[in-house]
Ligand binder design. Sequence first.
Ligand code: ACO
Length: 325
Amino acid sequence: MTPFSRITGTGSYLPPRRVTNDDLARELAERGVETSDQWIVERTGIRARHFAAPDVGSSDLALHACRHALEAAGRSVGDVDLIIVATSTPDMIFPSSAAILQNKLGIAGCPAFDVQAVCSGFIYALTVADAMIKTGSARCALVVGAEVFSRILDFNDRTTCVLFGDGAGAVVLEASETPGILASDLHADGKHVGILCVPGSVSGGQVLGTPLLHMDGQAVFKLAVRVLEEAANATLAKAGKTAADIDWLIPHQANLRIMQGTARKLKLPAEKLVVTVHDHGNTSAASIPLALDVAVRGGQVRKGDMVMLEGVGGGFTWGAVLLTL
Ligand code: ACO
């Protein structure tokens, strides 16, 4: 048993096709769907997103992100003894994208499974990996968020299709004598299923219902701002810290206004907010590890900094992890 787990390396990957708001507006206009760069930027802060090629799955994006994270941690695939992938857009119904990723990494034997908590998935996955390391079930985990949300977007619905993108982020989480992850806080409330969902299912070889994303944007917005503040405060209390101790806030990158609202409620200056949503759109479970990696590689977030990660998404699910990098 080890007292703590600690992130020792981060990595990320974006598929090469970058689609700006103007590109998307042109493509949508061909379908008779009207939008504009100005509307998208004003309401969301998003300027561009990346879309994966049709033959690229979540596990492919995850593979690149994991290689970068392992390299940053100075670890090889042979050191990995746990793989958790947070995704709502897995390669297949089964097996898990984590099992497929394990094979692509060229390893076998260690436990590998997916976590499905939509945009909170990475926070859930990190919390599970932390618990498994602290109880001695693992020593070196790959914790990944990977999504191809472009596959489940309704490009005839301008209220949702302009918001999301594809990508992957990963961390290497290792057993450590020093912290590390300080505290976490997870929640779900299934009565809100209907405000953010992909209600389709597969049965008897057919898709039943709609296999495309449906969202009540205003209901999500209100709920998100409230629960992100609550999760941050609960996590700080568990760790015996206050918001003033936070060096960096890295919330789920869905909408700049939600993120700025959360920072304001915590009385954090805007400079402490890590923002990548303008460049990535909302990449669901991938958004937090992607933003973390961009901030680490950009020299913004440094070793020893105290970082609050926060997720909120379909379910409804939400949660936070406070850690020292
Ligand atoms: N381009 C142009 N106009 C648009 C577009 C668009 N892409 N989308 C909607 N509009 C129009 C609407 O039709 C409406 O027009 P009307 O007034 O003539 O009826 C007008 O813009 C305003 O629409 P609203 O839905 O009221 O716009 P709102 O200010 O609420 O912004 C948004 C919509 C951006 C979706 C906002 O509600 C939001 O960000 N919600 C949170 C969504 C979110 O973050 N989801 C993800 C979190 S969880 C997860 O990541 C899965």
